[in-house]
Design a binder for this molecule. Structure first.
Ligand SMILES: Cc1cc2nc3c(=O)[nH]c(=O)nc-3n(C[C@H](O)[C@H](O)[C@H](O)COP(=O)(O)OP(=O)(O)OC[C@H]3O[C@@H](n4cnc5c(N)ncnc54)[C@H](O)[C@@H]3O)c2cc1C
Length: 427
């Protein structure tokens, strides 16, 4: 055990080289601290990863939208790097509706209702002291054939079914427009990591608090440091992939039950040029109906991404989980059949190849991003608290306002880096 006077290897260790870990490592490195970022995978980026090998064009296997562009923390770095960033066009097409505004008006009305209901609930909670949060399903009113599809636009973004989606969590979402990065959002995140110290293919198994530091055990040796920032997902932490000594507190473990990993995946389809007859980056929807258990059995398409011949089918919640379990071919077939139903079966002749993601099956991620169960929104703060003084946490799950996003993860990484610098007297 390290005692006073023991020389520790580093000022700080960062566990995980996703958006949060890269931001934390960058901030600590820039402040002149001796820092190392250890990553289980053989690449950086985590859930922000652009592949170019599968299709020969950028394919974001995880994050693709730069959400909340007015406050998105990666937008300015991306522009400064000279990447091709541009606003997501407002060119939605809704199959079966000549005027997509009919659907999007429903979406806007529902969003207003969500924010109003969350505000009313918060006031009632303040007045009565009783918890009031509800699920998105509680607010759902079937007003016509497109109501369910409108509600699914929210459930889709949060990666969950309506009954599992907290109104309050939804209402705190920052909102605003989206941007895209033509080279891929994962590419952008990776570019911000250039020159930083990483150790890849190094899974962390144990983190032990020492009197004045931490010991981080990995599959290839151990590292000591004055502090650690853990950026592994809630899915990884809840399933004890990393053992902590002392063990994680009871209230953090309780938070893992209330802020849980959802499911969101892309089934990507590459066609010959000009086959999908819509503008680049068109968001294509169609009427969705609840299946027997009340969940949607469908998704949305992002067509001709950045002017390429790649179209992705986006699924969420238990439908996405079922497709992952059925295997990639099932997801690709479903996407192709659905798109053929919209544009005609001739498009199948010009289908080149597909690829489906399965983020729940990634051992160091275990889902898409962390959403709050009804009543769970306040638990995000618990997830961002330090443990045993020198074990800090950061990631998309602990941000409020840009939760579930790359930008939120980045901002949480910066916040944890500031906490470490203050602790080490380097603020
Ligand atoms: C399909 C999909 C689509 C998405 N779409 C969007 C989008 O359009 N826009 C958006 O903003 N966000 C989107 N997101 C969410 C966004 O990708 C995440 O919120 C963000 O990337 C999370 O960053 P993070 O640093 O918190 O976690 P991660 O990216 O998960 O990084 C944590 C890192 O820790 C590593 N790790 C875990 N355990 C260990 C261990 N024991 N030892 C060492 N390393 C470990 C992991 O390998 C990982 O690299 C999407 C996510 C998915 C899955």
């Amino acid at each position: 055990m390290a005692t006073k006077g023991t020389v520790l290897d580093y000022d700080a260790v960062v566990v995980g080289a996703g958006a949060a870990g890269i931001a934390a490592t960058g901030a600590l490195h820039a402040a002149g601290l001796k820092v190392i970022c250890v990553e289980a995978a053989d690449r950086i980026g985590g859930r922000a990863h652009t592949d170019t090998a599968i299709f020969g064009v950028p394919f974001d296997m995880g994050a693709h939208w730069l959400h909340n562009e007015h406050v998105n923390a990666l937008k300015a770095p991306g522009l400064a790097l000279g990447l091709d960033l541009y606003p997501a066009p407002e060119n939605g097409v809704t199959h079966g509706l000549p005027d997509p505004a009919i659907l999007w008006d429903d979406v806007d009305t529902l969003y207003d209702a969500i924010k109003q209901a969350a505000q009313d609930d918060a006031e009632t909670e303040r007045a009565t002291g009783r918890p009031t949060d509800r699920s998105l399903a509680d607010l759902f009113v079937d007003k016509g054939p497109w109501s369910f599809t409108a509600a699914m636009m929210f459930a889709l973004s949060i990666g969950r079914d309506l009954p599992d989606t907290s109104l309050r969590d939804m209402a705190t979402w920052e909102g605003g427009g989206d941007w895209f990065c033509r080279e891929g959002f994962g590419h952008l995140v990776a570019r911000t990591a250039e020159g930083l110290p990483f150790r890849l293919s190094t899974p962390v198994t144990d983190i032990e608090a020492l009197p004045r530091g931490v010991r981080v055990k990995t599959r290839s040796g151990e590292i000591t440091a004055r502090a650690v920032i853990v950026t592994a997902s809630v899915g990884v932490l809840a399933e004890d992939v990393i053992r902590f000594d002392p063990p994680l507190e009871a209230d953090r473990r309780a938070a893992f039950e209330r802020v849980t990993m959802g499911d969101y995946n892309h089934a990507a389809l590459l066609f010959r040029p000009g086959v999908v007859p819509v503008q680049p980056d068109t968001w294509l929807t169609y009427q969705m109906q609840p299946g027997a258990t009340g969940v949607a059995l469908g998704g949305g398409f992002l067509c001709n991404i950045s002017g390429t011949n790649l179209t992705t089918f986006e699924t969420s919640g238990s439908f996405s989980r079922a497709l992952q379990a059925a295997g990639p071919e099932a997801a690709i077939d479903h996407a192709l059949e659905t798109l053929s139903g919209i544009f005609g079966s001739a498009i199948k002749r010009d289908f080149v190849k597909g690829h489906a993601t399965a983020w729940r099956q990634e051992p160091y991620v275990r889902g898409s991003y962390a959403g709050a169960m009804p009543g769970g929104h306040s638990q995000r703060k618990v997830l961002g608290r330090a443990h045993a003084e020198r074990v800090h946490f950061a990631g998309e799950a602990s941000h409020v306002g840009q939760q579930c996003s790359v930008s939120g993860a980045h901002l949480e990484g910066l916040r944890a880096a500031r906490d470490v610098m203050a602790q080490l007297g380097r603020a």
